[in-house]
Design a protein around this ligand. Structure first.
Ligand code: NA7
Length: 293
């Protein structure tokens, strides 16, 4: 019998990820805080649960993709949360980016009821979710990682085992820290090029021909050139991850002055009302601070 999948959180990422389960023949039940967002998947054959508890009752594995730790708190620990239906044989796959301590807290609560959890935050943003080519970073029992490969490979192309519960989340926060540096560097460089009268394409050409290169630069560079701020990953959610990374740095006694400074630039973008826009829109902060209208 096919594993019955429950999917919680049908936002920009989750809505696209959940669709793969239907396409690959898994029986699918969905839940979202705003129930209307379930409609396209229900029209495609999914069942809608009224509460996370009902979602868990109807599923062998619940895959979650919600914003942040408070969203997971609501999903798991509320009176109608999925913990109320946790039981031996039930499994929770957490793909949201949350704090390592939250991942451990959920894991402990589930284990107390005989259920199991694997954390598997993802990278690949909107296009990776659409195409089913996400990279998953897992934490938890290695045997559970192996067992859940068919569930993970329905939405991704690779799952890398990072260690015990919480360590997948740490790796994801490190990765989004790197993205923060890359974007800040790209935006500062492109604004400098503009003010120095150098075509931005020339800068990107040199970047991509050299040791400076990353596929990230032409992807975001092209969006910036088009002034296309359509959201692949929002500024609000990256600031959430920067904050979680800085908190983790504090837990381990690791100073992170670079990330702390960069977060302020992204905070400025939020203050300007651009929090829901794509992270590339941070370019506008540097531009405006440079006196370009
Ligand atoms: P989105 O598009 O902002 O979607 C967020 C989802 O989380 C969406 O389904 C929200 O429900 C849900 N959400 C937000 N807050 C809550 C609370 N308090 N309770 C329950 N559900 C909630 O984010 P993305 O899809 O881009 O990202 C999802 C995760 O992947 C995130 O951790 C990223 O960092 C990586 P709504 O529809 O608003 O009712």
């Amino acid at each position: 019998m096919q594993t019955r999948i429950g999917f919680a959180g049908l936002g920009l990422m989750g809505g696209r990820m959940a669709r793969h389960y239907l396409e690959k023949g898994f029986p699918l039940t969905v839940w979202n805080r705003t129930p209307d967002r379930c409609a396209p998947l229900v029209a495609a054959g999914a069942t809608q649960a009224k509460t996370p508890r009902e979602l868990a009752e109807r599923s062998d594995v619940v895959v979650a993709c919600v914003s942040d730790p408070p969203a997971v708190e609501r999903l798991v620990f509320a009176e109608d949360g999925l913990l109320a239906a946790a039981r031996p044989g039930f499994t929770y796959l957490e793909t949201s980016t949350i704090s390592p301590s939250m991942a451990r807290r959920v894991d402990e609560a589930l284990r107390a009821k005989g259920a199991r959890m694997l954390e598997a935050p993802v990278t690949g943003s909107k296009m990776g979710a659409e195409k089913g080519t996400l990279i998953l970073m897992t934490g938890g029992p290695r045997a559970l990682h192996d067992e859940l490969m068919p569930v993970m490979m329905a939405i991704g192309s690779q799952a890398i085992y990072c260690g015990e519960m919480g360590q997948g989340s740490v790796v994801k926060l490190i990765g989004n820290g790197l993205i923060s540096f890359m974007l800040a560097g790209l935006c500062e460089g492109l604004v400098l090029a503009k003010k120095a009268g150098i075509p931005q394409e020339t800068v990107l050409e040199v970047v991509m021909a050299s040791g400076y290169q990353s596929p990230y630069f032409p992807f975001k560079g092209a969006a910036i050139a088009r002034r296309d701020w359509d959201t692949h990953f929002s500024i609000d959610l990256l600031v959430k991850d920067q904050t979680l990374a800085l908190e983790e740095g504090a837990v381990h006694g690791v100073p992170m002055p670079g990330l702390a400074a960069i977060r302020e630039v992204f905070q400025s973008a939020r203050a300007r009302g651009w929090g829901a826009e794509d992270i590339a829109a941070v370019y506008k902060v540097i531009e405006s601070a440079s006196g370009i209208d």
